[in-house]
Write a protein that binds this ligand. Sequence first.
Ligand code: ARG
Length: 462
Amino acid sequence: MEKMWSGRFGQSASSLLDDFNASIMFDRRLYKEDIEGSMAHARMLQEQGILTEDECSAITTGLKQVLAEIENGTFEWRVADEDLHMAIEKRLTAIIGDVGGKLHTARSRNDQVAVDFRRYVIRKNIEIARLLKQLMEVIVDLASRHTETLIPGMTHLQHAQPINFAFHLLAYASMFERDIERFKESAKRNNISPLGCAALAGTPHNIDRHMTARALDFDGVSINCLDTVSDRDFALEILFNIATMMMHISRLSEELVLWSSYEFGFVELSDAYATGSSIMPQKKNPDVPELLRGKTGRVNGNLISLLTVMKGLPLAYNKDTQEDKEGVFDSVDTAEISLQILREALATMEVKAENMSRACNIGHLSATDLADYLVEQCHIPFRTAHFITGKAVARAEALGIDVSELRFEELHRIDERIDASVMPKLQLRSSMNARTSQGGTATVRTLEQLIYFENYLKELEL
Ligand code: ARG
């Protein structure tokens, strides 16, 4: 088959080359961006007197037909056509004749692919941010029902201090808010048009880059053509944004795996989002959070792949760059399905509040409160208070009870400066509610955080 670029070639391409060189089987995903870009380019060429009105309208009509053929499934995607840009131009020319060949005036596939891919990535930054918003809505709604539900706060996965479950969930709301902002900022920062950069150096034709930029909803045009045709920072950014978001999702997933175990028993995943074992009939496995955790591997890989592809490239376009797309498509697909399934799994999960608060009775969660009491009421230096509290913990351990269950007499015997006013402070709920510093877990503080996120979501425009 004749290649579009075959003019200087004496021999035709080997089919092995076709298979190796082609991107058509994956870049066809960009057909809409490509055709819209071509239509904007043709219109600009006409406005600038480079195409006649008839030529432009023939091209536009032809492109509309190509778009329809792609969407109704009759378009033939052939590996020998190499990439979607050439496949579309070839079909256009077959439909409207030689005038189709005028579309590529003042343009190269280098700026063409940069336009298509950039617009796809910008759109996906916003679509993923929208899915994140929906996930956050479920998290915030869940939190609104659990501002009083006690759960052991942990460090090193060891019981540390009592917190409420909403406070725990809102930590994830904070992460996802940062993620949304990162996607938004990337979409904004990268929204500049590469069209008109041509192969690398610009073009002698009298084009108007601002006109095509406006038509394609870009905020402006890029500064330096040599940079623009080889810049893939926008793709790296979405890969990083997704990798960071998936790392957050993976942390939450890890907690869901732990929480749904018999040992924790804090949540039960709905049957619709859990799976069974092929051999052990009693099993209900948390495959969804496990897979979410596992999928961070591929999105991290995609980021490292593209960083590696780009690192040694001389200016400007190099074919290596064609390796930018599959990893981005894979990360985007992974992000989209992950956000949807996590949202559903959280919305349908049962929270076992009694088990959460029962777990607070082990591990001496209010030990810090005893030390804080000694500092505040008895004016004992914190280090000494820490030591005295250690003795109280040891006494509770010896009695086989929690520090919050020690009788006043026991505490007084450990240090006679302790008086009865300590007793309510050791109760788990008052321990949680004592942490009233800004951003703390006390229910009053958690409610402020809840309102912050509710307002954030209400005002968020995407
Ligand atoms: N398929 C190519 C890519 O994805 C399009 C650009 C090709 N340009 C070129 N000069 N070979 O990067």
